[in-house]
Ligand binder design. Structure first.
Ligand SMILES: Cc1ncc(COP(=O)(O)O)c(C=O)c1O
Length: 324
């Protein structure tokens, strides 16, 4: 796959997504012994997650082609983004979600006027049900996991980060299910290098939960098979069979990154530390990136003086806020 093949779609359906701020994470940096740790607050996008970048591009393309009905499968955030941008474009959306999806994400999707179909079983069962529905009903499967337009939309993350950070980040860590932000960032930096707007590609790392680590296992040369259902606090990255797994591996290897898996306890600990020590309310899936950072600092992959960037991908109100 050549990362530097941009798709040109005029952004006709937009809500001012992107242009999210980059702020320092000084307390977390002190804990980890890092001098330059920053976060890009992706949860400040219109529906509360980075998925708006991709949804704006994908729905603009669908509108341009006169599509009036779409279906999508999602753990919640992409569904909310697709529901919102579809509403804005006058497109009827049906969103397939895991029955276990957080209540706030479901309410958000429904409030945009989308139809919700809850599916029992793991994330793959949700995708299968959506694909079956689309085939039977002749509805466009507007899958954020498969569409190149969605990835094209997430590239803006890289353009902004490069413009916002001086020095540019040496490492960027993403919570990864299917890798839409990881791959988009890689393509974005590749575009900039081709046009001379960036000198080098940061090392792009993927973080997964130990409860669902298909990419981290493949990176280590193993194969992970789900045994029964996946239970995790990080529902956004609980993708058992990511269709873009090979492409994620390519991004990681090409950029000199790594894929790691982290414990559920560590994810919740970092979610709490972000709130208590930085005042930042992120959903657990997003906090996984900090757990991954801790692991990569410990193993010596990330050095004290290197600039690190972590996107906080989803807003805390969308998911469980632990009590006690
Ligand atoms: C908050 C959050 N972060 C990260 C991800 C992972 O995105 P991807 O599956 O494209 O890697 C998701 C996906 O739903 C998410 O909701």
């Amino acid at each position: 796959v050549d990362p530097a093949t941009p798709i040109d779609v005029p952004l006709s359906v937009t809500m001012g997504e992107g242009q999210t701020p980059v702020v320092r994470l000084d307390a977390a940096g002190r804990r980890l012994g890092l001098r330059s740790l920053r976060t890009k607050l992706e949860y400040r996008n219109p529906t509360g997650s980075f998925k708006d970048r991709g949804a704006a591009m994908l729905v603009s393309m669908l509108k341009e082609h006169g599509v009036t009905r779409v279906a999508e499968d999602s753990s919640g955030n992409a569904g909310a983004a697709m529901a919102a941008y579809s509403a804005r474009a006058g497109i009827r959306a049906t969103i397939f979600v895991p029955a276990s999806a957080p209540a706030m994400k479901l309410s958000q999707i429904a409030f945009y006027g989308a139809e919700i179909v809850k599916v029992d079983g793991g994330r793959q069962a949700v995708t299968d049900a959506c694909q079956k529905y689309c085939n039977e009903q002749g509805v466009v499967h507007a899958s954020h996991n498969l569409s190149p337009y969605f990835i094209e939309g997430t590239k803006s993350f890289a353009r902004e980060a490069a413009a916002q950070m001086d020095p540019p980040p040496r490492h960027v860590l993403f919570p990864v299910g299917n890798g839409s932000l990881l791959i988009g960032a890689w393509k974005g930096w590749a575009d900039m290098m081709k046009s001379g707007n960036a000198k080098s590609m940061p090392r792009l790392h993927a973080v997964q939960t130990e409860a669902c680590p298909p990419l981290a296992s493949a990176y280590r040369g193993g194969a992970w098979q789900p045994t029964g259902g996946v239970t995790t606090v990080a529902g956004g990255i609980a993708v058992e069979r990511p269709p873009r797994l090979q492409q994620c591996l390519q991004v990681i290897n090409d950029s000199g990154g790594q894929a790691v898996s982290v414990s559920e306890e560590s994810i919740l600990r970092w979610q709490s530390l972000l709130a208590r020590e930085e005042g930042l309310l992120a959903e657990p899936t997003s906090a996984a990136a900090l757990s991954g950072l801790e692991a990569l600092v410990r193993s010596g992959v990330i050095g004290r003086d290197e600039a690190v960037l972590i996107p906080l991908t989803g807003f805390g109100f969308k998911d469980r806020i632990p009590t006690g």
